[in-house]
Design a protein around this ligand. Structure first.
Ligand code: CU
Length: 482
């Protein structure tokens, strides 16, 4: 029997109950007529170039036009592309240099989501750089093998920039992962799935325009996108594939499953491999989160990846839509692949607490356009450092959600461990390395994290809600490591 986290199950029941009362909008048929099934496409894999012992990536961020609908162009932002960016391929331990060129005619940043690195290289709001400038942080890649991403993080513009397409993937390999019998041939049996949704207007544009409702709930679209494509079909000859799922939406929480309710295996969470593959009937993925899963295809049956879609206000509205993200179509039935490895990775024990316990209360003041999302009663202030963490400290953070909304909370610089939800230890698929934790209304989660290697008396790291409209509306704080 698949393991399902207790609190997740409770959330599920809450949503199920409310969903029954709410009209279910089956929206994935495009408003502009029949959507066309197209061959599945992935971003190009970019291994960078080796220069003086460093792996160098050149990233040009520019405005462009993208043909989401045949014969119609949409204004977008891309990274070495017109919408989204490449999949950067690197190895744990690499020294990286990122040359990020700003060609969008307004200030921007690029944040390396999930990476442990110096605050000066983090790409948060304090690393903003102007049009025509190139920002070139250099840092050691201190992660385990996993799927990371990068995206815009300009103060008050995170939502708009990501919505337009300012995001890409960092695919990290290491020796531990390479020794396992897992699919890892990019584009053959190992695929990137950047999951998003967008809303298009009558002129095929996707304006970033918030109203009172979307400012509260997060901006959500009615059109599902996988790697910027609608309804792609992936045809394959292999008996088993690996999908690296990234929720890169602004404000949508996806409850993913396959139409035939087949069991799949989760092998990795945000920061890398789980200790063992976890059988899953469904997977909850909030903005910012990643999961790697294994799908068996040897029986030749097509797998339709679907999601019930929730916004921050899910406790009231239930699912607002069901998306058909894509079809995975095996060309033939064939013998099954050999059994998956029984053990995947050595997950370090949860470190003992040596520092303080911090309490972060998610709250809000007012409603609608007048409302702010706050943490401990304060909205983000670019000039205020909320606290300083001593270098080397291992802290416990207790995040309590006193709002009626869901908040996926992200902490820069660290991979943390989720200890409990409302005092109950989390299930194995949440017990690995994480950098985003979805906190349900009324819930209290307990995290443990170590602040090692990098200190800076001035430059901070961020912690914030990854519903980007909540982040931009003030649900963000900053800390230094000193
Ligand atoms: Cu939020």
């Amino acid at each position: 029997m698949p393991t399902v986290n207790l609190s997740r199950r409770k959330f599920s029941h809450l949503l199920l109950n409310t969903a029954l009362a709410a009209p279910m909008l089956l929206t994935n048929r495009a408003a502009h007529g029949a959507s066309h099934s197209r061959p599945f496409r992935q971003p190009p894999l970019d291994p960078g170039r080796i220069e003086a012992g460093r792996r160098v990536f050149d990233l040009s961020v520019a405005k462009g036009r993208t043909e989401f609908f045949l014969g119609h162009e949409t204004d977008t932002i891309g990274i070495n592309s017109t919408f989204l960016g490449p999949v950067l391929q690197a190895k744990a331990g690499d020294r990286l240099r990122m040359n990020v060129a700003n060609r969008i005619a307004e200030p921007m940043t690029l944040h390396w989501h999930g990476l442990h690195l110096p605050a000066s290289a983090d790409g948060g709001p304090h690393q903003s750089f102007g049009p025509g400038e190139t920002w070139s942080p250099e840092f050691d890649l201190l992660q385990k093998a996993g799927t990371f991403w990068f995206h815009g993080h300009q103060h008050h513009q995170t939502g708009a920039h990501v919505w337009a397409g300012m995001a890409g993937i960092l695919r990290v390999e290491d020796d531990e992962e390479a020794a396992l019998a897992l699919p890892r041939n990019y584009g053959e049996d190992d695929f990137i799935l950047i999951l998003q949704d967008r809303r298009f207007d009558a002129t095929f544009q996707m304006p970033y325009a918030l109203n009172m409702h979307t400012r509260m709930t997060g901006l959500q679209g009615d059109q599902a996108l996988v790697n910027g494509q609608m309804n792609p079909v992936l045809e394959t000859d292999v008996p088993r594939i690996r999908l690296r799922l990234i929720n890169a939406s602004n404000g949508s929480i996806y409850w993913l499953r396959f139409a035939d309710k087949r069991t799949f295996w989760q092998i990795a969470s945000d920061g890398g491999l789980l200790a063992a593959a976890e059988p899953m009937p469904e997977l909850l993925l909030a903005p910012g989160e990643r999961a790697e899963v294994i799908i068996e295809l040897h029986n030749g049956e097509p797998a339709f990846l679907q999601a019930d879609v929730f916004g921050a206000e899910a406790a009231f509205s239930g699912a607002i839509a069901t998306f058909d993200f894509m079809e995975i179509r095996p060309r033939k039935a064939q013998p099954p692949a050999p059994a998956l490895p029984a053990r995947l990775a050595e997950i370090a024990p949860v470190p003992e607490q040596t520092g303080v316990t911090r309490h972060l209360r998610l709250d809000m003041t007012g409603m609608g356009m007048m409302g702010d999302f706050t943490i401990n009663g304060a909205r983000y202030d670019h000039s205020r450092i909320d606290f300083a963490v001593p270098l080397g400290a291992v802290e416990t953070w207790v995040i309590e959600n006193t709002t009626p909304m869901l908040h996926p909370m992200h902490v820069h610089d660290v991979q943390f461990r989720i200890l409990t939800r409302n005092g109950i230890p989390v299930a194995p698929q949440e017990a690995g390395l994480k950098d985003v934790v979805l906190v349900d209304p009324g819930q209290k989660v307990e995290l443990r994290m170590a602040f090692s290697d990098f200190s800076d008396p001035v430059l901070p790291y961020m912690y914030h809600c990854h519903i980007l409209e909540h982040e931009d509306a003030g649900m963000m704080g900053q800390f230094t490591v000193v």
